[in-house]
Ligand binder design. Structure first.
Ligand code: ADE
Length: 382
């Protein structure tokens, strides 16, 4: 039998600068994992009520805004998401606008966030929402999960944050917090580990405060039980129930089984310039960075002489070639190690590339972050 925290003793701890409600763990009867998760609820909610950051999607948690923010937050940090989110909402304020946007414009709005299929799935899901759900994300965890790009985390986040439906939303932040609280040294990348946590959380979640409960966990993971560096246990509302802390295991939890090393690909990137324009080409419509624009590039790390020999420019003459430095970009399964050259041309080659102005490069064509070092260079920013 689990302990019902509502009947249990609470006290305000003086060990922390925050007023929090903590549940006492009986000396003679240690908490089971389910008890421990239940014991987190009161201090977590009390902390979240007074410490939640003010964020644009939190202030106005309409389903569309919650959905877009959650997909963006899977890509990068809160601070980096804010300008993307605000720009996106300005240009595509609702599901219908997103359903109708041109793909290239959508990719431009997403430029720099990475995993561009996430943006494409947003549009696909918006089309379904328009046709089937009256232009709004559905108010059901199961229906949300059927939509393109929406898995159990995102469905849980939209359902709980926008509709206060009591379902868990377990992302990397929550996996870290819960595995530490439970002192679990199991691999957090395993589906079975995540599912077990979802069960505990679903059972412990107060049915009328699903939004605050899930966001409280995410927030604790983001700003207290941080992913890099020392966890800030002195500020943590869960410190007194945290078994990982008690057992001195915070350095080794969360545990992730080692992944196989990424493949390294050497590439030579060519910044072909003529009359103040720069050459772009469109990537194939399948595979890595599908349909995005890039600077022409070839396999291998070429020398300046190799570049001169390798260039086949229809009818254009090379004025000079200058090294443009090395850059590295890490994708999930592959790393690009790039060697750049700036190549000035006396005239445009016939029909081979798209020669665009700098302004168009900035505003129109979506170019992935992998090339950002070279974009900075040609814009004189590095
Ligand atoms: N990271 C993922 N989801 C989040 C949210 N709703 N608020 C803050 N950080 C998050």
């Amino acid at each position: 039998m689990g302990i019902d925290t509502r009947e249990h003793k609470y006290y305000a701890t003086s060990a922390s600068p925050y007023e929090k409600l903590q549940v006492l763990e009986p000396e003679d009867k240690p908490f089971s994992p389910a008890d421990r998760i239940r014991a987190m609820t009161a201090p977590l909610l009390s902390w979240y009520d007074s410490h939640a950051r003010i964020l644009p999607w939190r202030e106005q948690p309409q389903p569309y805004r919650v959905w877009i923010s959650e997909i963006m937050l899977q890509q990068t940090r809160v601070e980096a998401v804010k300008p993307y989110f605000n720009r996106f909402m300005e240009e595509l304020p609702d599901v219908r606008a997103l359903a109708q946007v041109e793909e290239e414009r959508l990719l431009k709005l997403w430029e720099g966030l990475g995993y561009y299929n996430r943006a494409r799935n947003l549009k696909k899901a918006a089309q379904v929402m328009t046709e089937k759900y009256g232009g709004c994300p559905p108010d059901s965890f199961e229906e949300l999960k059927k939509l393109p790009g929406i898995g159990s985390y995102t469905a849980g986040a939209i359902a709980s944050i926008a509709y206060n439906i009591p379902v868990p939303a377990v992302d990397g932040n929550v996996l870290r917090v819960i595995s530490r609280v439970l002192a679990s040294q199991e691999d957090i990348l395993k589906q079975s580990v995540k599912r077990k946590m979802e069960e505990y959380l679903k059972e412990a979640m107060p049915k009328d405060r699903a939004s605050a409960f899930n966001q409280g966990l995410i927030e604790t993971g983001a700003i207290v039980c941080v992913p890099n560096g020392e966890p800030k246990c002195r500020e943590c509302p869960l410190a007194s129930v945290c078994l990982g802390r008690k057992q001195g295991l915070l350095d080794t939890i969360p545990y992730k089984a080692p992944k196989k090393p990424r493949k390294v690909e050497e590439r030579t990137v060519l910044l072909l310039e003529a009359e103040d324009r720069i050459a772009l080409e469109k990537r194939p419509d399948k595979g890595l960075l599908a349909s995005l624009y890039q600077f022409p590039n070839v396999e291998g790390s070429l020398t300046k002489d190799d570049v001169r020999k390798a260039l086949t420019l229809k009818g254009a003459e090379v004025e000079h070639i200058q090294p443009a430095g090395k850059a590295k970009h890490i994708f999930s399964h592959v790393e690009w190690h790039m060697t750049g050259y700036r190549v000035s041309l006396k005239n445009f080659p016939a029909g081979q590339y798209l020669f665009v102005q700098r302004q168009e490069l900035k505003e129109k064509y979506p170019v992935p972050n992998a090339f950002s070092a070279y974009i900075k260079l040609i814009n004189g920013e590095s």
